[in-house]
Write a protein that binds this ligand. Structure first.
Ligand SMILES: CCCCCCCC/C=C\CCCCCCCCCCCCCC(=O)SCCNC(=O)CCNC(=O)[C@H](O)C(C)(C)COP(=O)(O)OP(=O)(O)OC[C@H]1O[C@@H](n2cnc3c(N)ncnc32)[C@H](O)[C@@H]1OP(=O)(O)O
Ligand SMILES: Cc1cc2nc3c(=O)[nH]c(=O)nc-3n(C[C@H](O)[C@H](O)[C@H](O)COP(=O)(O)OP(=O)(O)OC[C@H]3O[C@@H](n4cnc5c(N)ncnc54)[C@H](O)[C@@H]3O)c2cc1C
Length: 652
């Protein structure tokens, strides 16, 4: 196989040779520096050199049980391998960035690892919710795999509505224990990854009672299986939830309790505590219990960047090697990448993947700032972080799912083959629309913050930095078809939509509706306002972070990166052209969009935008180079490409 792999498809090679910028420079930029590119490759080379991590038979030919067992086998090897490569000298940011970029596990598990939840939510919830003693005790066990865990929050009856969870934890001061129960079938935990057979511990979110009073939803560390036999503990019922669209090796399970007793110190007590006598000391902010979800929502932006990057790499490589049709008589069939329609399908995926990386790095920095503030009791910026994480998680996962599906379609019939890996990538990415907060619900969370901000603006009060643009709209700043001009246009759209929501809420309450009913009646507009706000953030952060972060890069690399920014901005301007030109109705503080559109230089002349979109064609060589830059990789690309690209990985 290795000998065959050395032959690179001529067309693919031709595309690589056309690249006009320094691929190594761009790769290092995304990795966070040469040193990290080197570390990433070390990790990838090590993992990909292990024969035991290759599947003898394609996953899809195995039974459900065989697939799981194969995934467990590989997860053990992965853990042992990655453990030897751990670098304790790195900062937290560097470690996270390396973990994000060196996603070797996506190449090893098509449908993810059964230890996925152990590494992500389980470890983080102990970090964020455990007191010092608990962190010290449990994190050691988690890191060296003495215990395997998951995060059990969702129940059969409730996923979104956390306050509606029905699992109970009742404190018994006589024995200094909590008694866990699932009073009904709907109280059964349903979904947690690894719960079915893999995990022996989990963090359970349960409605807590002490001294006969509700103490809200609290997290508990619970041993669910015997460490020797792996059989369920007394009073614990466990099982598999069944086959799914994807995630079939994640081992999602169910969990019920029948008078299962755990010691008092198993409640994670960083934020709220229950003392020995049953006295409840409440958290300074009940939302601190939801911190792990914020962390994962931030990480999802990075996961979407990686996952979309993989799909668009497969599809662009395919477009380079696939030839079809004969537009000019007597000439060879062109590469399908030469068709502008094909470029239109693919290049936005490349631009979006970069936009998500940049937004993730930016949001991650904010997340860490806010986490530090929370540690000293400052909650001022928690609401803003939550609002940003919600709408960006929702918008990037929704867009990524559309774009991955477009990549699949762009590969014609071959994209329908499981061997393309595109169907499995789609199944992974569409799951992110649901997990960690269903997308509509997430957008409505951000809408709450936008409505509050709109009201504050109307009262002349200051609002959080990411929503400050809502206050600037009255200045009627001109906007145009430059990148900054389009960002301004989107700010006006978002401000207009927020104002329209405020007007609608007001109208419904004036008509005698309750605040809740007025909210529900306005919710379609609220979701749209929230999405528009997310677009403002994605577009403006992509542009402003690129302005700052690329200063030390060469002109050629900067050029291609700014082409991506321009493409991303123009693409969304065209997608939302109706919004940009739509007249808004009554507003308290905002502008009439139509009016603004008429005044703005050249805005009504849509052709200028369409002309700009030809950047896609002019940037073709550069962008094709980007894809070939070793940015992303995949384990299950087309047979021919497997030969060409996998073994030549890393490509530079
Ligand atoms: C440096 C580079 C970057 C690095 C990137 C990191 C990479 C690291 C590498 C690897 C790490 C691994 C990463 C892997 C990622 C992907 C893996 C995922 C695997 C799959 C896992 C899936 C797991 C799950 O799904 S777990 C279950 C998740 N469940 C949910 O999300 C439930 C959703 N529901 C809710 O969150 C809430 O209930 C709500 C938001 C719907 C609100 O409910 P409510 O209406 O009942 O309101 P409340 O009364 O609860 O709230 C009132 C008030 O509080 C505000 N609020 C709500 N939530 C929060 C919060 N979290 N924080 C702050 N504030 C919050 C709410 O807005 C209200 O505010 P008001 O002021 O308006 O009253
Ligand atoms: C692949 C995958 C992995 C998962 N892993 C885990 C895990 O490890 N641990 C865990 O605890 N959970 C996990 N989950 C569960 C996941 O977090 C929930 O499915 C998710 O939070 C959505 O909740 P739900 O399923 O109850 O959907 P619902 O909330 O019932 O949503 C159904 C519909 O109702 C709408 N809706 C609900 N509430 C509102 C509202 N207030 N306003 C407007 N519309 C509303 C939604 O928009 C949606 O259209 C996982 C899920 C998936 C798909």
């Amino acid at each position: 196989m290795d000998a065959v792999n050395k032959v690179i498809n001529e067309d693919l090679q031709k595309e690589r040779d056309k690249c006009k910028f320094n691929v190594a420079e761009l790769t290092a930029f995304l990795d966070g520096g040469d040193k990290f590119t080197q570390k990433r490759r070390e990790k990838e080379n090590r993992v990909f050199s292990i024969q035991g991590l290759r599947d003898a038979v394609p996953d899809e030919y195995m039974s459900h049980k065989e697939r799981y067992e194969n995934a467990v086998r590989k997860a053990v090897i992965m853990h042992q391998t990655l453990g030897t490569l751990e670098d304790k000298t790195l900062t937290e940011y560097e470690t996270a960035r390396l973990a994000l970029r060196a996603t070797t596990s996506s190449a090893i598990f098509k449908e993810n690892s059964p230890l996925m939840l152990h590494y992500s939510m389980f470890a983080n919830v102990i970090e964020g919710q455990g007191d010092e003693k608990q962190r010290e005790y449990w994190l050691k066990k988690i890191n060296n795999m003495e215990i395997i865990g998951t995060y059990a929050q969702t129940e059969l009856g409730h996923g979104t509505f956390i306050r509606g969870l029905e699992t109970t934890a009742e404190y018994d001061p006589k024995t200094e224990e909590f008694v866990l129960n699932s009073p009904k079938l709907t109280a059964y935990k349903w979904w947690p990854g690894g719960l079915a057979h893999t995990a022996n511990h989990c963090v359970v979110m349960a409605h807590t009672y002490s001294q006969g009073k509700s103490c809200g939803i609290q997290p508990f560390m619970v041993q669910i299986r015997d460490l020797e036999t792996n059989m369920p503990m007394k009073g614990v019922k466990l099982g598999e939830i069944g086959a799914k669209l994807g995630f079939n090796t994640v081992n999602n399970g169910f969990l019920g309790f029948e008078n299962h007793r755990i010691p008092r110190d198993r409640m994670l007590m960083k934020n709220s505590q229950i003392l020995k006598d049953g006295t409840f000391i409440s958290s300074p902010n009940s939302k601190l219990t939801y911190g792990t979800m914020v962390y994962i929502r931030v990480s999802i932006l990075g996961t979407m960047a990686n996952t979309l990057g993989r799909a668009v790499t497969i599809a662009t490589r395919y477009a380079a090697v696939r030839r079809q049709s004969q537009p000019k008589p007597n000439e060879p069939e062109p590469q399908i990448l030469d068709y502008v329609t094909q470029q239109h399908k693919l290049f936005i995926g490349i631009a979006s993947s970069h936009a998500y990386y940049i937004s993730c790095f930016w949001l991650w920095t904010l997340y860490h700032r806010v986490t530090k503030e929370l540690a000293v009791g400052n909650m001022d910026n928690l609401a803003e972080l939550h609002a940003l994480a919600c709408c960006l998680k929702a918008t990037t996962s929704a867009d990524a799912a559309v774009l991955v599906e477009r990549c699949r379609l762009a590969c014609g019939g071959h994209g329908y083959m499981l061997s393309s890996n595109l169907p499995q990538i789609y199944a992974n990415v569409t799951a992110a629309n649901t997990y960690e907060g269903e997308n509509t619900v997430m957008l409505l969370q951000t809408a709450r913050a936008l409505v509050k901000a709109g009201m504050q603006v109307a009262q002349g009060q200051k609002v959080s930095p990411s929503m400050a643009y809502l206050a600037d709209q009255s200045k009627m700043a001109k906007w145009d078809s430059s990148v900054d001009g389009i960002v301004k246009g989107f700010q006006k759209v978002a401000a207009g939509k927020v104002a329209a929501c405020l007007a609608s809420l007001q109208r419904h309450t004036n008509n005698g509706q309750s605040a809740e009913d007025a909210w529900n009646l306005t919710s379609v507009q609220l979701v749209a306002a929230s999405e528009a706000h997310a677009r403002v953030i994605l577009l403006s952060v992509f542009k402003s972070e690129m302005d700052v972060q690329t200063l030390t890069l060469s002109g050629e690399t900067r050029t291609v990166l700014f082409q991506l920014v321009q493409l991303y901005t123009i693409y969304w301007a065209l997608e939302k052209v109706g919004d940009l030109l739509l007249p808004t109705t009554t507003t308290t503080y905002s502008v009439s969009i139509c009016d603004t559109a008429m005044r703005c230089d050249g805005w009504m002349d849509e052709t200028s935008l369409f002309e700009k979109s030809t950047i896609q064609t002019s940037a073709r060589t550069g962008i094709a180079g980007l894809v070939l830059s070793g940015l992303v990789y995949d384990s299950a690309v087309y047979p021919e490409l497997v030969h060409q690209s996998l073994t030549s990985w890393p490509l530079q």
